[in-house]
Design a protein around this ligand. Structure first.
Ligand code: PMP
Length: 408
């Protein structure tokens, strides 16, 4: 196996050459959004300078080309997730919209008072609030799978929470706040044994490990383009075909209909178009396809292994810093280092370390219940991507030492 050639792949990312406050940028906020390779950036100028057109409707050459490129991404996503059929791939604005789609379409039709939806303590707000909004209207119950002290899901508690009342389990594959990798395949098996469905928020998994929706036996799987080296404004919902076919549309408009009439009723398009009302983010979808090609050219498992090396180095060095506490030490973790430092506000660390060119995240990471559970309002979070280097980890740790020295 060829060694991971991080220096070569860094060349693909123009932003990595930039300086921040006069210092070389060390970008460690990849769990929020990943940087974009030139190959993906080029899609935009190519699309808008050569074949910008609305898709599916035109009979002209530009419309054909745009449609072919757009639908080409659907096939790439199918392969990326190992989905059975490209019609099971629905384009959304991101993970958030994908989860809202399931809540508003599947949830509104299938959930009733007395039913239970299980989510976990690890969830991002985007996999909490859509269920709360719907529960407030319908009256079903949301139950929360607790976490252990190391940030792993409490699987014994999960087994106990599951019952014939459970209609849906909605969990993330990888936690953005702690990096915990959840045993989603096992969770799916257990959910299915109770007749429940499972929705997996894959926003933090898709960039770091091979995802096989058939092996997991996921009923729904969601991810976002901008965390997998693609653009913002586009994401994906995968669903099992029979489920998607049964689900009603959730937004109405052009593209999602077969026929519209005032008298004889309106009929809807087949999947996936039934769920794609209006003009989509065409260039973004095409660029997402290019991003997935980029990821595959490097190898998503190779990326995950490299990030594991970066995480190990960062974890060991951070562990030697006096008064620094790492949140999330589960044995199965993706490249996320979340920590708090005694006597130092996370916000101050984030602001000061930015002055040294290091971009990390500080705050609640859209996971307030989880942080409250650990007794904190905010953490600092460094999260790694394919293009980060061991040297950057060392410089980040050095910068952290300096900053802690300044604020204490
Ligand atoms: N789930 C997880 C685990 C995430 O990390 C994020 C983004 N931080 C989301 C959902 C939401 O993704 P988006 O904002 O792209 O819709």
């Amino acid at each position: 196996q060829a060694p991971f050639d991080v220096e070569r792949l860094r060349q693909d990312f123009p932003v990595l050459a930039r300086k921040v406050h006069g210092k070389p940028l060390i970008y460690l906020d990849n769990a929020a959004t990943s940087q974009t390779p030139q190959q993906v950036i080029d899609v935009f100028s190519d699309y808008y300078s050569r074949y910008n057109a609305n898709i599916h409707r035109g009979l002209h050459t530009l419309a054909d080309e745009a449609t072919a490129a757009f639908e080409g991404t659907r096939h790439k996503v199918r392969a990326f997730l190992n989905a059975e059929d490209a019609r099971q791939i629905i384009f959304t604005r991101g993970t958030t919209e994908a989860i809202n789609l399931v809540a508003q379409s599947w949830g509104r039709k299938n959930l009733a008072p007395g039913d239970e939806v299980l989510i976990s303590m690890l969830e991002h707000h985007s996999n909490i609030v859509p269920w709360q909004l719907l529960a407030a209207e319908i009256g079903f119950t949301i139950k929360v799978i607790p976490v252990e002290a190391n940030g792993a899901l409490d699987m014994a508690a999960y087994r106990e929470l599951l019952s014939e009342r459970t209609k849906l389990v909605a969990v993330n594959h990888v936690s953005n706040a702690l990096g915990t990798i959840n045993p989603v395949q096992e969770m799916a098996t257990l959910a299915h044994q109770q007749g429940a469905l499972i929705l997996i928020d894959g926003a933090q998994a898709a960039p770091h490990q091979l995802v096989d929706v058939q092996a997991i036996n996921a009923d729904f799987y969601a991810f976002s383009g901008h965390k997998v080296y693609g653009p913002t404004g586009v994401g994906v919902l995968y669903g099992k075909q029979a489920l998607l076919e049964e689900m009603p549309p959730w937004q109405g408009g052009g593209e999602m209909i077969k026929t519209v009439s005032f008298g004889a009723g309106t009929t809807f398009a087949d999947i996936p178009h039934k769920f794609e009302a209006g003009t989509p983010a065409i260039a973004e979808v095409i660029a997402l396809g290019r991003a997935l090609e980029w990821v595959e050219s490097v190898g998503v498992n190779a990326i995950g292994e490299w990030e594991g090396q970066l995480l190990d180095r960062a974890t060991q060095a951070a562990g030697r810093i006096d008064g620094l506490r790492i949140l999330g030490t589960a044995p199965h973790k993706a490249g996320v280092l979340s920590f708090v430092v005694d006597g130092a506000h996370s916000q101050d660390i984030g602001l000061l370390i930015d002055q040294l060119g290091v971009a990390i995240r500080t705050g609640h990471h859209c996971a307030q219940p989880l942080l409250h559970h650990f007794g904190v309002d905010a953490t600092c979070r460094a999260s790694f991507a394919a293009y980060n280097t061991l040297e950057e980890v060392d410089r980040f740790i050095e910068a952290l030492h300096r900053v802690i020295g300044m604020v204490r």
